[in-house]
Design a protein around this ligand. Structure first.
Ligand code: PMP
Length: 359
């Protein structure tokens, strides 16, 4: 079967083979006579699934044993609060990097619980650029440093992470599993599942075990890392279907050769689009080259009319959901792991022929 290419920023495209396996498991999952949506989260079959998914994460990202892998409700947005609630510990101060929309939301939420010090900001002017971080200034008064590894809206991505004296916390909602990581560099990583790890409903939290022992008073139990760890993330009824899809997506990543192979592919996919942008005077990407995201690529056309025409013709050509986020306008191509290479190539070809017709 051929499908249109869906460049949605999230929830986003899933591999066709995963969709086939989802279909095959309805109405009978594992010969049980019912689906995973109808299974008790206390059933052995479901507990086995959760354990398997945790092992998959550990294997794909080489997560050391001194880290918990938790699956939590509430999306990345719930983590904006959970992080300060759990990681401030005896301190009051937390450091944040502002790279725009999502990091700003994390900052605003953290201010409800912490004295937030924004140590660097990226958004002053175009071209947008991942800011230089003066992490030496972070002394032991700070409980942690928070950054957003890939700014899904502005299309900026950290290509390396700072070594610092305080635990590093990263919102990796849009680039988890897209490249290899040294987990030991981080105190905590969180990411909603709906871009690179399945569907909405679960947020993965990878956290160094020693950091979770002092949640703030009155932390809700579902947002408490320590309680979730003690209950293997089954403190309450989770999104069982999202676990099922996550298992299939993580299997699919392994079949592709794991995260290292996915990374190589992602570089090629992004390369097709940036090559067209850079070889034209027509498309403008607002990000400094060294800060460019491999995952979300925003770009502008010379006029609003041309942007509307581009979106219209792209849709007709089977290239869907390319409209930019309202804060930037223009176009945004999201090239998550499951976007096939052919999708990026098709978009690049479309962009070239659009220039020829309209420049
Ligand atoms: N952080 C980043 C980097 C995101 O891209 C998003 C969602 N697009 C969020 C946080 C918010 O995620 P959620 O809707 O799952 O709360």
């Amino acid at each position: 079967m051929t499908r249109p290419f869906n460049f949605s920023p999230g929830p986003s495209t899933l591999p066709l083979s995963v969709l086939g396996k989802i279909r095959d498991a309805i109405p009978d999952w594992q010969g049980l006579g019912y689906t995973v949506m109808e299974a008790s989260h206390r059933s052995q079959a479901f507990i086995d699934l959760v354990e398997k998914v945790e092992q998959q994460w550990r294997e794909l990202l080489a997560i050391p044993d001194d880290y918990h892998v938790l699956f939590m409700p509430g999306g990345a947005t719930a983590q904006f609060a959970a992080v300060p609630m759990n990681l401030l510990r005896s301190k009051t101060k937390a450091a944040y990097v502002n790279t725009g929309y999502w990091s700003k939301k994390a900052i605003d939420e953290a201010k409800l619980y912490a004295d937030v010090d924004v140590i660097a900001t990226a958004m002053n002017q175009e071209p947008y650029c991942v800011p230089e971080l003066d992490v030496k200034a972070l002394n032991k008064d700070f409980s942690y440093l928070h950054l957003t590894s890939n700014s899904s809206i502005y299309g900026m991505q950290f290509d390396a992470f700072p070594e610092c004296n305080v635990p590093l916390v990263a919102d990796m909602s849009s680039d988890i599993l897209s490249r290899e990581l040294d987990i030991s560099q981080f105190g905590l990583i969180y990411a909603g599942a709906q871009k690179n790890a399945g569907i909405a409903g679960l947020t993965v939290v990878i956290v160094r075990k020693e950091l979770v022992d002092q949640p703030r008073d009155k932390t809700p139990s579902v947002l408490c890392y320590d309680q979730q760890a003690k209950k293997q993330s089954l403190l309450n009824t989770p999104d069982t279907f999202a676990f099922f899809v996550m298992n299939l997506v993580l299997d699919w990543i392994k079949e592709q050769g794991g995260v290292a192979a996915i990374d190589v592919l992602n570089q090629r996919k992004a390369g097709y689009i940036y090559d067209v942008i850079d070889s034209s005077n027509f498309y403008i990407n607002p990000v400094e080259k060294t800060s460019r995201s491999l995952i979300n690529i925003p770009f502008r056309l010379p006029t609003d009319e041309l942007t509307a025409l581009f979106l219209d013709e792209a849709t007709q050509a089977g290239l869907l959901n390319l409209k930019g986020h309202r804060v930037l306008g223009g176009i945004r191509a999201s090239l998550y792991n499951a976007m096939p290479e052919e999708g990026a190539q098709a978009l690049a070809e479309f962009m070239k022929s659009f220039v020829q017709k309209n420049a």
